[in-house]
Design a protein around this ligand. Structure first.
Ligand SMILES: C[C@@](CO)(OP(=O)(O)O)[C@H](O)COP(=O)(O)OP(=O)(O)OC[C@H]1O[C@@H](n2ccc(N)nc2=O)[C@H](O)[C@@H]1O
Ligand SMILES: Nc1ncnc2c1ncn2[C@@H]1O[C@H](COP(=O)(O)OP(=O)(O)O)[C@@H](O)[C@H]1O
Length: 282
């Protein structure tokens, strides 16, 4: 056993998300405000006697080699072999995960798992790679991976990878996962998606009511999400995170979030209460 500690892999919320255009490669330019929350998966890395990297937790819907945990480890090995052709990791690793973050929820769980794996392997194998280099490697795995390596709440532009750290009030959130998973690509490909928001300065964005350009499309496609946002908005500001399917209600106190949760008792949704955090402890 090389490491018994739990490596936390937290969720993010997009407090606002505006789409300012579509690029030639099909990706969209965004302006978004990332906030981490204290609700996380836990990853465990155990030393193996050989040099294999194995995910020991089964994901029913994701084949082993497609899992972002394995893809990120392989991406790191590829990077190392580009600079040292004979690079071999000092030891193999068994990875297990206690998965709490719902998949396809807009909480960035897969990206967060990839980021945590890169950070952990860099440390356990003593590779000495800097945060910017890990972010570059992570970006190849997904637009959302760099923010989780950056580790500070941030205003993001580009495809979500040009980051400026920003302190936002660390509010309490009731996060609700409706009984649906939404693939990011489905929303970015939707004909109705608003893709023409005007690019604005961060100070203007922070003083204008927050919105998510994906929300009208998602609400039109998923009536359950539309209904939940309508109902919760009567009590607290409620929006979609990322491309959904999770929504979050912003509360000033934990008690307020707990009261709000009572409105959903007995419904076919998963929900949890979490606090915003501006800096991840690694
Ligand atoms: C929308 C956001 C907002 O934080 O979050 P989620 O809702 O997925 O959590 C992210 O930008 C998602 O990032 P991530 O989930 O890493 O996306 P990727 O794997 O890179 O891309 C998935 C697909 O989404 C589309 N995509 C993604 C990001 C972007 N800026 N423009 C896009 O058009 C592309 O069609 C791509 O094929
Ligand atoms: N370790 C992982 N955790 C979650 N999803 C993963 C993982 N590896 C691959 N995936 C794939 O990535 C997709 C997006 O997952 P996730 O990041 O949790 O959602 P979202 O992009 O909506 O925030 C999943 O539906 C799944 O197919």
């Amino acid at each position: 056993m090389c490491d018994k500690r739990a490596w936390l892999s937290p969720a993010k919320l997009n407090l606002f998300l505006y789409i300012t255009g579509r690029r030639a490669d099909g990706y969209h330019n965004l302006q978004t405000l990332f906030q981490f929350i204290d609700y996380s998966d836990s990853l465990y890395f155990d030393r193996r006697q050989d040099d294999k990297i194995c995910l020991q937790t089964e994901f029913t819907l994701v084949p082993h080699d497609d899992n972002l945990i394995i893809k990120s480890a392989n991406m790191l090995l590829t990077y190392m072999r580009q600079s040292q052709a004979d690079f071999r990791p000092p030891f193999g690793i068994d990875i297990t995960i206690d998965k709490k973050l719902p998949m396809g929820g807009g909480l960035g769980g897969g990206s967060s798992n990839a980021a945590t794996t890169l950070i952990a392997l860099n440390q356990l194998w003593q590779l000495g790679l800097s945060t910017p280099v890990l972010m570059q490697i992570g970006q190849k795995l997904g637009a959302d991976v760099p923010i989780f390596i950056f580790g500070l709440s941030a205003f993001a532009q580009g495809i979500g990878d040009e980051l400026v750290a920003i302190d936002v009030p660390e509010k309490w959130y009731l996060v609700v996962k409706p009984n649906v998973e939404i693939a990011t690509a489905k929303i970015f490909n939707a004909p109705s998606l608003k893709r023409d928001s005007v690019t604005r300065r961060i100070d203007e964005l922070l003083t204008t009511p927050f919105n998510n350009d994906c929300e009208p499309t998602v609400r039109a496609l998923y009536p359950q999400i539309d209904d939940l946002i309508n109902r919760l908005s009567q009590f607290a500001p409620t929006r979609l995170t990322g491309t959904g399917s999770c929504i979050f209600s912003e509360c000033n106190t934990q008690e307020q979030a707990m009261q709000l949760q009572q409105h959903l008792a007995g419904e076919d949704v998963v929900c949890f209460i979490a606090k915003g955090i501006n800096q991840l402890c690694r």
